[in-house]
Design a protein around this ligand. Structure first.
Ligand code: GNR
Ligand code: NI
Length: 172
């Protein structure tokens, strides 16, 4: 198992549209394990393969308090949506930035499990928001792109400044 590097906004690789998994092989199984380890280590509630520089349609999520309820979504598709909800979102690729984004309140998702079994899931609340946030990553979209141009410019400035500080101290 290994902890993978998480790409930080702004990075062109976060804008790549991820390709569906054609065959669930050992490489994909290892990717799922490493993504789960990376998500838990970073204390995130979700992670998309795009964020670890693998442009494949793989997502891991765990919104449980105990951090013991891993959900794996491979080739997820939102089949239907209902209502809208505004949620304060954050992102491991945009550290320290939190802002409100409007999403669908309830979604029906179809996906493959880590074992390759097709399943459907009706999601509401945080799970629904998280799934939509992660599928956006697979489509090359970061949540800050829903914010005003002004806010986006400020966020990029702040992140670049933080990154410079880290570079000068020789850490990453
Ligand atoms: O850890 C995360 N928390 C979060 C909070 C509100 C809405 C979405 C998220 S997902 C985020 C992890 C992440 O960046 N996934 O792509
Ligand atoms: Ni994110």
């Amino acid at each position: 198992m290994s902890i993978l590097n998480i790409l930080q906004h702004p990075d062109d690789r976060l804008h790549i549209s991820a390709k569906p998994i054609k065959e669930l092989d050992a490489v994909t199984h290892q990717l799922v394990k490493d993504m789960a380890e990376t998500m838990y280590s970073a204390s995130g509630i979700g992670l998309a393969a795009t964020q670890v520089n693998v442009p494949k349609r793989v997502i891991v999520i765990d919104i449980s308090e105990a951090r013991d309820d891993l959900l794996v979504l491979i080739n997820p598709e939102i089949q239907s949506r209902e209502g809208t909800v505004v949620f304060e979102e954050g992102c491991l690729s945009v550290p320290g930035v939190y802002d409100r984004v409007e999403r669908s309140e309830q979604i029906m998702v179809q996906a493959l499990s880590a074992e390759g079994d097709e399943f459907k899931l009706e999601a509401t609340g945080l799970l629904s928001v998280c799934i939509q946030h992660e599928i956006d990553h697979l489509d090359g979209k970061v949540f800050v792109e829903y914010l005003s141009r002004l806010k986006q410019d400020r966020i990029i400035k702040k992140l670049k400044k933080n990154q410079k500080g880290l570079d000068q101290r020789g850490s990453s």
